[in-house]
Design a protein around this ligand. Sequence first.
Ligand SMILES: Nc1ncnc2c1ncn2[C@@H]1O[C@H](COP(=O)(O)O)[C@@H](OP(=O)(O)O)[C@H]1O
Ligand SMILES: [Mg+2]
Length: 310
Amino acid sequence: MTETAVADDHALAAELAGAAGRLLLGVRDEVGFADARALKDTGDLRAHEYLMAALVERCPGDAVLSEEGRSSVAGKRARGADRAPTRNTADAERLTAGRVWIVDPLDGTREFSEEGRRDWAVHVALWERLPGGGGRLAAGAVALPAQGLILRTAATGGALLVRDDPGEPLLTATGRDLPREVPLHAPAPEAGKLRVAVSRTRPPEFVRVLAGKLDLDVELVPIGSAGAKISAVLLGEVDAYVHAGGQYEWDSAAPAAVALAAGAHASRVDGAPLAYNREDPRLPDILVCHPVSASTLLTGIRDVGGALPE
Ligand SMILES: Nc1ncnc2c1ncn2[C@@H]1O[C@H](COP(=O)(O)O)[C@@H](OP(=O)(O)O)[C@H]1O
Ligand SMILES: [Mg+2]
C-alpha cells in the first residue's frame, strides 16, 4: 500500500464507480439522445477525466490504466474536444508499479447513447503486484448507473450488491425489494438450462456453434457492455458470459474481480487465469459462469475450438 492509500480500496472503488455513474446520468440529461456521437464522446471524456482526477487526488502513488486515456481520447482531442483529458500513467511506470487502477469509465458506450437502455457500466478495479511475481485483482466495483446498482468486492472478502439510489424504492429483476446492501453470490443455473449473455452488436459466431453442441437448453441473451453482462450472471439474470475475438483489460478487470469475489468462475476461454497489467492490454476472451457450469462450458469451447475467432 502506498502511504496515502485509503484503508479500504474496495469502498473507494465503489465510491468512484458510483460517482462516475451519477455523473454519466447527468451527461445523458444534459446532452440528450439526438446526437449519439456527441453523447458517447462527452460521456467517455467526462467519466474518464473525473476518475483520473479522483485517483490522482486519493491515491497519488498509484498508476492508472484507463481505456479513455489511450488512443481513442487522443483522437477525440484531435477532433476538437474542449478539455484535454488527463493522461494514463506511462506504460513503463505502470509495468513496475505496485498498484495499478484499471478503469473503463464507460463500458457499453453504444448502449449509453441509446435512450432507455440500462446495460452500460463504469468499471474501477485495483491490480496489485504480488511479492513473488505476477499480480492479482485486489478490489473492484462495477456501477450500473441506469439500474441504480453497484456490484463490488468487500474488505472482509466476498462481494456485495449495493443499491446506489437510496431515495428510491428499487425492484430487482426478480421483483424483490432490495435492501441497501446485500451479500452477492453467483447463483447456480436451473438444471438442464443455460442462458448465455452475448454482445448485442457483435455476438461471436462460435457461441452459436457452442450453443448447438451443448446437451442443454441454451438461450443466447443479447446484452450490451461486458460489465453489464458479467453483472447479469451475478444477478442471476443469465447463467454465463462467453466472449472471444477481442477485448481489453479494462473491459473485464473490475467485473472479473467482483465475479471471483462472488464465487463465480472467471477465466480465459481455455481455462487459463485472467492476467492483468501486462504490457499488451489486449485480453480478447473470457468465460464467466457459476462454477458448476465451468467444466461443461470449457469442454464445449475446446470442442468447438475450430470455430473460435482468431
Ligand atoms: N471484438 C472486440 N474487439 C475489441 N473490443 C471489443 C470487442 N468486442 C467487444 N469489445 C468491447 O467490450 C465491451 C463490451 O462490448 P459488447 O457490448 O459488444 O459485448 C465494449 O467496450 P466499450 O463500450 O467500453 O468500448 C467493446 O468495445
Ligand atoms: Mg469497455
